[in-house]
Design a protein around this ligand. Structure first.
Ligand code: IPE
Ligand code: IPE
Ligand code: MG
Length: 247
């Protein structure tokens, strides 16, 4: 154990990496510099998560709504993702990191999809941290695709309408077989989910941090873990922390 304050390590941490543009603006720099600095924060966070013993780290890299940004910015973001996979895949693989990608894939154009598939394929048997990259991801889109799949399965007689359960829906989401996030962090002071893991966040602890994403580092990650360890998760039941006193 690293530190008694970190006694409870979340199994799955998900991060809405926000504030790259404002970080750059504040310094009179183009937004794209904020995005490249953001990639460095990604590298540091992946290392910190592995060190802390977190099993799943999900990073919101590009939302299904981010396509509405100016074409040059979209291209910058896609370029950075390409560069990240090309440059970092070998090292992540060496570190035994398994990569999973969530988000809509069918409509992706160009070389992005093959790169994402290669990252998943190369690292599929790795057993350390699972790094989940949410790319072209939107929770409502994910739920719509899962429901359409469920409808097709009903039509094909794979499942009867009476057997539809929360589990049957979860199994058809992009996150099938990934546990729900225990902790969702959003940087930059914004306090919303912006269409991220809406179904999976039912009982996640939410933590909104004021720092812009390019300033995020190992220390802030461990601060977040400390805050998480101090939370009292009740899941609609009674507190486990005070149960002894209450009974
Ligand atoms: C997060 O930073 C990166 C992505 C959404 C891809 P932003 O680009 O949203 O930065 P702000 O919110 O404009 O500062
Ligand atoms: C959410 O951030 C998406 C990612 C971090 C990839 P946005 O910056 O796109 O969200 P809004 O527009 O402020 O809600
Ligand atoms: Mg933003």
């Amino acid at each position: 154990m690293l530190n008694p304050e970190l006694a409870i390590i979340p199994r799955h941490v998900a991060i809405i990496m926000d504030g790259n543009g404002r970080w750059a603006n504040k310094r009179g720099l183009p937004r794209t510099i904020g995005h490249s600095k953001g990639v460095e924060a990604v590298r540091e966070t992946v290392k910190a998560a592995a060190e802390a013993g977190v099993e799943y780290l999900t990073l919101f890299a590009f939302s299904s709504e981010n396509w509405t940004r100016p074409e040059t910015e979209v291209n910058d973001l896609l370029g950075l993702l390409r560069k990240f996979i090309r440059r970092d895949l070998a090292e992540l693989h060496r570190e035994n990191v398994r990569i999973r990608v969530i988000g809509e894939r069918e409509k992706l154009r160009g070389d992005i999809l093959p790169l994402l598939l290669e990252a998943e394929e190369t690292t599929r048997h790795n057993t350390a941290l699972t790094l989940v990259i949410a790319f072209n991801y939107g929770s409502r889109d994910e739920i719509v695709r899962a429901v359409a799949k469920l409808a097709r399965d009903v039509q094909a007689g794979v499942i009867s309408p009476d057997a539809i359960s929360a589990e049957a829906i979860s199994r058809r989401l992009d996150t099938a077989d990934i546990p729900d996030p225990d902790l969702i962090i959003r940087t930059s002071g914004e306090e919303r989910l912006s269409n991220f893991l809406l179904w999976q966040a039912a009982y996640s602890e939410l933590l909104f941090m004021p720092e812009y994403w390019p300033d995020f580092d190992r220390k802030l990650f461990f601060d977040a873990l400390k805050t998480y360890a101090s939370r009292d998760r009740r899941f609609g039941g009674l507190s486990t922390k005070t149960a002894a006193v209450a009974s």
